[in-house]
Design a protein around this ligand. Sequence first.
Ligand SMILES: O=C(O)CCC(=O)C(=O)O
Length: 292
Amino acid sequence: MSTTTIVKPDLSSNGQAIAFNDKLFAPMRDSSGLIGDAEALRARFREDGYLLLRGVLERERVLSLRENYFARLPEGFLKPGTSAAEGLFSGLAPDGMRAYGTSGHPAYAFARSAQLHALSEDRALYGVAETLLDGPVQPLVRQIVRHFHAGSGKASRAHTDYDYMSQGSDKLVTFWIPLGDCPLEAGALVYLDRPEPLSADHLALLRLVNDREDDTRPLSHDLEWTARMTERRWLWADFQAGDLTVHSPHLVHASLDTTTEAMRLSADLRFQRSGEAIDPRWTKPWAADDGA
Ligand SMILES: O=C(O)CCC(=O)C(=O)O
């Protein structure tokens, strides 16, 4: 029997190297085939804490969202001679831009755009959320936009969503939607294996290696440390435009640094069971400096 070894370029997250091997990484389980079977979808979600669903959105629609965002960037950001839809980095972020995601920055306006809003009205997303939450749902207004480029050493630290929204009900799910093709090395999202909560000892250990000393919400910026200390692997996938994941607010996740010329763009859309208490910080459109 022949086996295929997948080789990935040198990976890092938040500038910390992480080796790509089967002690630290394992592939995500693809649950696309379960769409339409509500019981099976719920059971898989309970078992894994996440679902990888491929081709849920039309590729052209996702690429049009990508174009919408990258067309807002100032001259010099995109590689000369390439299109906004490609979203290729020139290698140099122009001076004078507002801080990422704050008023005046393109991500702030994109987070408020009709096209992104329409995504949270999508019937397919509603359907999956209603199935997983077993009843009517509503999208939360705060929708996060993440844009990372090569060389920034910036990625999402290991965390759970609920640590950022604990003033409301946890009857919610998050859709992570890459706006463009996003292989692991382009900065894809990864999940820590197994939905069972980490022990208090593990949590304390992880927080020992945290580059945000004053913030108790992120667990660690060092993904190799996180995997080794918890003896859990990072679950990964190479995403294509149209694919998405959905995860529980208690599942630990993070992302890799972007090392590709193609920039990483994604949106996080959250749906909550209707009638449940909403964390007040999630009732307003996202801004990177809104403190939530
Ligand atoms: O897109 C990412 O890197 C992760 C975003 C995320 O998990 C979050 O904002 O809570």
